[in-house]
Design a protein around this ligand. Structure first.
Ligand code: NAD
Length: 486
């Protein structure tokens, strides 16, 4: 039986309480291993190790030396690509073609982009005359913020964790990571990589456990944590922001979404269907940037619904390494119950169920997995639950529209503002929409295309702050001003 421990001060440790919980594979509900839940003593030890490491050899490295070590982390993740792939797939059940093209390569690339950034970034400098006729020169210095708590979700476990650990470490901070209780394996495995490349003890720590009354809450409330960066639900972000208010600790929050796609009649139809198929159903809809509301200009509404129904029905569920598999299970029984609850709600509120709406018929050995059918609805009012609330499953509601003004009102009438995609061949219209839709990320005729130098984050209730490229420095460093009079 696999044991998943905590990684504190360069060592794998269990816990004082003896408390463990099960880690199960969502494909067939098989037991993967037991996880040692970190309690207060383990969180205290991890934060103390991270704090001490700031003053140790880590704090004395030059930027280039630090970045060289982190570049070795990239090489080592790539050398152990298969170990990370197997661990990620066992925890999430996602198809191997997806994890091997997105999760693991981006998990590694997230270190490289920030070592490149930090080596090349400059700070400002000003000169002025003083009242007594002398001169003063000011310049900025970026210093690490200190101990950073990183709280992660389960949908892209390694990718979303390194998106924060990469810049935090490149900027000279130390980190304590709390992965999702559902996906502890890759963050924990990364400890082996850190030891192999010689990262000083205490720079990278992992505490496993849950949120409330567990490792997550203990970590975010810890007075020696200097900043909290979080990806997850908006409701959890609210709790974390409250915890961080004690001690005036800054937060970076990447939260939920209810993303819309807007399709005009002049779109490249085949490209739009291919893009929407990915944005609605990829990773079984468990992507923060995924589309759950599709708005279609009326002349092509019926044609688009028919095409989406066809692609949804050809998404074959199956085992991750089966080359025919197009869609994996949801991450857990708990999440499956939530998504099926939303499917039931849609029916209750009068949706026209175009396809799906339940659990697919699976072979005997997979029957106990967390499967749901890709699902499309039409005919609901904009106030319906599945049109307003984030579901985080492979589903969408498709609504017709007649004018730009009408669709803008519908798209913006939501409390979230994470991402959108607009499909049209009219560049002027595309730019008008990009200006008017209230989101942090807008794709035109594409989706999920990322340049890691660009800002990433949500507006409205989808988050606070931007991460990516130089924008990550705002959170992971303190900008100090030095003034010299001469
Ligand atoms: P979640 O908020 O339930 O949990 C996220 C993490 O927070 C987990 O590690 C959990 O243990 C921890 N946690 C829970 N309560 C806590 C508390 N009180 N204090 C400290 N930690 C606590 O989210 P999830 O279900 O794991 O992930 C799905 C959500 O994440 C969706 O809402 C999705 O939109 C969002 N998400 C957003 C982005 C983005 O970039 N904006 C990316 C991915 C996922």
């Amino acid at each position: 039986m696999k044991e998943i421990k905590n990684f504190i001060n360069g060592e794998y440790v269990t816990n004082a309480s003896g408390k463990t919980y099960e880690n199960r594979n969502p494909v067939d509900n098989a037991l993967i291993g037991m996880v040692y839940e970190a309690g207060k003593p383990e969180v205290d030890a991890a934060v103390a190790a991270a704090k001490a490491a700031l003053k140790g050899p880590w704090g004395k490295l030059s930027v280039v030396e630090r970045c060289n070590l982190l570049d070795e982390v990239v090489n080592e993740i790539n050398r152990r690509f298969d170990d990370f792939l197997q661990a990620e797939i066992a925890d999430t059940g996602k198809p191997a073609h997806l994890a091997s093209h997105i999760d693991i390569p981006r998990g590694a690339a997230n270190f490289k982009i920030f070592t490149d950034t930090i080596k090349n970034v400059s700070t400002e400098s000003f000169e002025m005359r003083t009242p007594d006729g002398k001169t003063a020169r000011s310049y900025g210095v970026r210093t690490p913020r200190g101990v950073i708590a990183i709280i992660c979700p389960w949908n892209l476990p390694l990718l979303l964790m390194t998106w924060k650990a990469g810049p935090a470490l490149a900027c000279g901070n130390t980190v304590v990571v709390k992965p999702s209780e559902d996906t502890p394996s890759t963050a924990t495995l990364l400890g082996e990589v850190m030891n192999k490349v010689g990262l000083p003890k205490g720079v990278y720590n992992v505490v496993n456990g849950f949120g409330v009354d567990s490792a997550g809450a203990f970590l975010t409330a810890h007075p020696d944590v200097n900043g909290v960066t979080f990806t997850g639900e908006t409701r959890t972000g609210t709790a974390i922001m409250k915890a961080a208010a004690d001690g005036i600790r800054p937060v970076s929050l990447e939260l939920g979404g209810k993303n819309a796609a807007v399709v005009f009649a002049d779109c490249d139809f085949d490209n739009t269907i291919a893009t929407l198929t990915r944005s609605c159903f990829e990773n079984a809809g468990q992507v923060c940037l995924g589309t759950e509301r599709v708005y279609v200009e009326r002349p092509i509404f019926d044609k688009l619904v028919a095409a989406m129904k066809h692609t949804a029905e050809t998404m074959k569920p199956g085992r991750p390494f089966d080359p025919d598999t197009k869609i994996g299970p949801l991450v857990s029984k708990k999440h499956q119950a939530k998504v099926l609850g939303m499917y039931a709600k849609a029916k209750e509120e009068g949706a026209n169920i175009v396809c799906g709406g339940g659990i697919p018929d699976m072979p005997e050995d997979l029957k106990d997995g967390c499967w749901v059918q890709p699902t499309i609805w039409t005919g609901l009012p904009e106030t319906a639950t599945v049109v307003t609330e984030e579901i985080f499953g492979p589903c969408c509601h498709i609504q017709p529209f007649d004018t730009e003004e009408e669709v803008l009102n519908m798209v913006n009438a939501n409390r979230y503002g994470l991402a959108t995609s607009v499909h049209t061949q009219d560049i002027s219209r595309a730019m008008r929409m990009a200006n008017a839709i209230e989101v942090g990320l807008c794709w035109i005729n594409s989706w999920f295309l990322r340049d890691l130098r660009t800002p990433f984050g949500g507006s409205k209730q989808s988050g606070i702050g931007r991460e990516g490229g130089v924008h990550s420095l705002e959170f992971y460093t303190e900008l100090r001003n030095v003034m010299i009079k001469y």
